[in-house]
Design a protein around this ligand. Structure first.
Ligand code: PLP
Length: 392
């Protein structure tokens, strides 16, 4: 790539590249490759949502709306979060509507962190957090959770806070997790909440996969620490609406007013006609969307079995639509090299763990997304089997 003729902000030039996207791009040109990499629901957006959005466009809902989110959609968020997770926020002043979780994170990091402040991040973690964090001037205080079943524990928090070389102002949770598929029980969240309270740190909780749990109900930390947490969620995954770019943040009105200041300056508001579509989405019942969860569960079981039969050690997949698996010992310990060879020779793309972590020494893992259609999964796993059997 050529350099621009005039200078560019060095902080932007130094931004950590999104390794996940980088890996996908690097294998995208391989002919006949099957992607088991996308965090993209293999479903169309529900018809009622499309109809409501179209009606909004036809009704000329094309003007500036309320910057914090139209009152109707903020109310729908409150009702939805009460219905699904029994969260009791007092009113629409407790909600900001954002352009997905992605923008929500930028607004929150900017609000809570001063330049040089630390954000505790249990790793492996969703890669796009890192660039958003450095754009906001924050510093990652990374905690490796590999030896704790990929979960943060109060002991790990105590240790990280004690050892950190920067003031730790906040912690970032993401459960169910991308990339590991693990989630926390109510008891685990209760213990963590007490620990965060003790340390007096903000909790930023990315719960975008909360509707995709298979064995247990999701328990939001917002129930325990409403004043000290910002709960982030959205419609991308649960409602197959990634392209609509609709997310939301819930917190105490005291902090939400500041998050809103940042959100207002970043984007002014979410598009009004998308917000109308979102109201229709939020009014759908869990039953209305069950067909997706049921299908993911079937795909998960199929994919897990296929991997285990080939000797991969799969982390118990409790939620989201990812499998995190240790590559068999006879394929070495370098997940990145494994994924590259698999892409070039086996024609299947999976994501190496290094795309989600700063820790080099626990790199023997790959992430597979089972959000792909059943046909893609069948094809992808057949290719993986052929590759593994030939390479052995
Ligand atoms: N958070 C996590 C953990 C994700 O995996 C993703 C997408 O893959 C996002 C956020 C992005 O969400 P949104 O589409 O709402 O910006």
């Amino acid at each position: 790539m050529t350099e621009p003729v005039l200078p560019i902000n060095r902080e932007v030039k130094d931004l950590e590249a999104d390794k996940l996207l980088g890996f996908q791009m690097s294998v995208a040109g391989i002919e006949g490759i099957t992607f088991l990499t996308f965090g993209e629901p293999g479903f169309d957006t529900p018809t009622v949502v499309k109809e409501a959005t179209k009606a909004a466009i036809d009704g000329n809902r094309s003007h500036y709306g309320n910057s914090q989110g139209e009152p109707a959609v903020r109310q729908a968020v409150l009702d939805y979060m009460k219905d699904r997770y029994d969260l009791d926020y007092p009113g629409i002043e407790n909600v900001v509507i954002t352009l997905g979780v992605t923008e929500a994170m930028q607004a929150i990091f900017k609000t809570l962190l001063q330049r040089g402040d630390g954000l505790l991040i249990p790793e492996p973690a969703y890669g796009s957090y890192f660039a958003s964090l450095s754009l906001a001037g924050g510093v990652a205080v990374s905690v490796d959770t590999t030896n704790n079943g990929f979960k943060l524990t109060p002991a790990l928090v105590d240790e990280a806070v004690a050892k950190a070389t920067v003031p730790v102002r906040a912690v970032l949770l993401n459960y169910p997790s991308n990339p590991t598929g693990v989630t926390y029980t109510e008891a685990e969240i209760t213990a963590l909440a007490a620990c965060f309270k003790k340390h007096g740190i903000w909790v930023i909780s990315d719960e975008i996969y909360s509707e995709l749990t298979y064995e247990q109900e999701h328990f939001s930390i917002g129930k325990l620490l409403p004043e000290q947490s910002l709960v982030v969620n959205g419609l991308s995954k649960s409602h197959a609406m990634t392209g609509y770019r609709l997310g939301f943040i819930l917190g105490s009105a005291d902090v939400i007013q500041y998050v809103q200041k940042v959100h207002g300056s970043l984007t002014y508001s979410a598009p009004t006609f998308i917000e109308d579509g979102a109201v229709a989405a939020l009014k759908m019942s869990r039953q209305d969307l069950q067909y997706m969860t049921d299908s993911y569960e079937e795909r998960r079981d199929f994919s897990r079995q296929a991997l285990e039969e080939l000797g991969f050690d799969v982390v118990d997949p409790e939620g989201a639509f990812y499998l995190f698996a240790k590559i068999p010992a006879d394929f070495g310990t370098d997940g990145w090299a494994f994924a590259e060879k698999l892409a070039h020779e086996g024609k299947v793309a999976v994501i190496p763990r290094a795309a989600f972590s700063h820790f080099e020494d626990a790199n023997q893992y790959i992430r597979i997304s089972y959000a792909a259609s059943q046909e893609q999964l069948t094809e992808g796993f057949a290719k993986l089997k052929a590759y593994v059997e030939k390479a052995r």
